[in-house]
Ligand binder design. Structure first.
Ligand code: HEM
Length: 128
């Protein structure tokens, strides 16, 4: 199947109940026929129609089933100039909520582990 290319600008107008299209991870989905079948309701889909719905989609934490289902509505992708860097976003996503948080000592796994060791040693000294 050939991949059709869209610009963000031309998609911006396709935001109605009769023509609902949005972008997730640089891929373009036409959900016009899916509006009434979406378990999350048609309002949310129309709300992001014409826009980049990547974050909204991820925020819901859609199931694998949902991700499989969405392939049925794929109609193409963004032109290269309009693409965002998906890889970078995914890396940020898996590394933690924000860069500042993931590097802070108290929020890393080391802090609770160290605390556990200190408590164990203290306990043995006091009550052992
Ligand atoms: C083609 C794209 C999409 C497909 C195929 C899809 C499919 C689904 C499915 C199957 C569910 C049921 C729960 C699950 O299996 O995860 C669901 C729930 C939901 N979806 Fe989507 N969805 C899409 C896009 C979106 C977008 C863009 C948004 C937000 C703007 C959204 C918001 C929600 C919400 C709020 C729920 C309800 C969650 C709940 O009740 O716990 N969905 N969707």
């Amino acid at each position: 199947m050939e991949t059709k290319k869209f610009t963000r600008k031309e998609l911006a107008e396709r935001n109605s109940r009769n023509d609902a299209v949005f972008i997730i991870d640089n891929q373009v989905y036409d959900v016009t026929k899916f509006l009434d079948d979406h378990p999350g309701g048609h309002e949310v889909l129309i709300g992001v129609a014409g826009k980049d719905a990547t974050e909204n989609f991820e925020d819901v934490g859609h199931s694998l089933d949902a991700k499989e289902l969405m392939q049925k509505f794929l109609i193409g992708e963004l032109v290269d100039e309009d693409k965002t860097n998906v890889k970078k976003r995914n890396i940020n996503w898996s590394a933690g909520d924000t860069a500042a948080e993931s590097t802070s000592f108290t929020s890393s796994w080391k802090f609770p582990v160290l605390l556990g060791i200190i408590m164990t040693v203290l306990y043995t000294y006091l009550f052992g």
